[in-house]
Ligand binder design. Structure first.
Ligand SMILES: [Zn+2]
Length: 119
């Protein structure tokens, strides 16, 4: 069983034996399916071609996938009085990204502004 990731929007789907027939996010009228049709990847495959860039982003810990992947998503760790908020998510998780988040106090909550970020 594999959790497939849509290459157009970056959303990861629950484990399945075969890639889903379609991505409901990309089939929505507000999104698109690429001219070449639906394409899928996996977390293991993504780890071989991409990494997570971890950098100071105007005083916040910023993370994004490089080279650019999907729409491309960017996550920020926001320290607040209510705990650390991860603003948005990425399609790729690496040990380095987890270590960086942990070193900055960890993640207490995740806030997602957009359906593409439910990956
Ligand atoms: Zn999609």
């Amino acid at each position: 069983m594999t959790c497939f990731i849509c290459e157009t929007c970056g959303t990861q789907y629950k484990a399945s034996a075969q890639a889903p027939a379609a991505c409901p996010i990309c089939e929505d009228d507000r999104q698109y399916v690429g001219w070449e049709g639906q394409h899928w990847t996996t977390l293991d495959a993504l780890r071989k071609t991409h990494t997570v860039r971890i950098a100071d982003d105007h005083g916040l810990l910023g993370l994004d996938v490089t080279p650019a992947f999907a729409i491309p998503q960017r996550a920020l760790l926001l320290p607040t009085d209510a705990g650390n908020i991860l603003w948005e998510c990425l399609s790729l998780v690496t040990d380095e990204a987890v270590d960086a988040l942990t070193a900055h106090g960890g993640v207490d909550r995740i806030i997602i502004s957009h359906p593409h970020f439910y990956a």
